[in-house]
Design a protein around this ligand. Structure first.
Ligand code: ATP
Ligand code: MG
Length: 187
């Protein structure tokens, strides 16, 4: 009788996408569980320069032995006007490529068991990275590394490659009744 191998259960690819809130926080929640088990976790942030993300302080400062944080991208919030900058410049693309190179290096080192690529979906959709290059890099990862890809407008090729895809559906968001992003809850 032919033996049926169980499906691979570590080193999977998870995608959190969609317009509803919860993509990055789902990745953070998963990371918290991994940390509880003593896993090493890396976060590579795409298109998310700037310092206004509360979780980075907790992650990098309180779990120094287990967590590595790599912010890439320019700050999209103008420090003077506090306005969001739309559009993609050559510098944005260079920063995104720098992020992808960090991912290649992390895969080569193989030290982390969970690697979160925060906002890589939207960064790719906006043309800062080639989806084919990202897929090539994902294929390079060692078997033991679990990867989480977050961000809206996930490219189809990422979904095809993934083992889990969750589409966060926007039903309501307080933002649309004028409540701005809240420190400590939304960032
Ligand atoms: P979170 O980081 O809260 O899990 P997210 O990763 O799902 O949110 P992003 O697209 O990364 O969502 O959005 C970043 C910021 O915008 C966060 O402050 C988030 O709370 C807020 N946000 C999320 N979804 C929406 C939405 N549909 N409309 C407006 N703002 C949103
Ligand atoms: Mg997010």
């Amino acid at each position: 009788m032919q033996r049926v191998e169980p499906p691979k259960s570590i080193g999977l690819i998870q995608v959190f996408t969609g317009n509803g809130k919860g993509k990055t926080t789902a990745a953070l929640g998963t990371a918290m569980r991994a940390l509880a088990k003593g896993w090493k976790v890396a976060f590579v942030y795409f298109d998310k320069g700037g310092s206004h993300y509360a979780e980075r302080e907790v992650l990098a400062d309180r779990f120094t032995d287990l967590v590595s944080v790599y912010p890439t991208g320019l700050d999209r919030i103008d420090p003077i006007t506090n306005k969001f900058r739309f559009g993609v410049t050559e510098e944005d693309k260079t920063e995104a490529e720098r992020g992808l190179q960090i991912v290649r290096d992390l895969f080569k080192k193989g030290e982390h068991r969970l690697i979160v690529l925060d906002e890589i979906n939207s960064t790719t959709d906006l043309g800062m990275l080639s989806p084919d290059h990202v897929v090539d890099v994902l294929h390079m990862r060692p078997d033991h590394i679990e990867v989480i890809l977050t961000g809206r407008n996930c490219p189809e090729s990422f979904k095809e490659l993934a083992d889990l895809v969750t589409d966060m559906t926007l039903v309501k968001h307080y933002f649309y009744k004028g409540v701005p992003a809240r420190d400590g809850l939304d960032y």
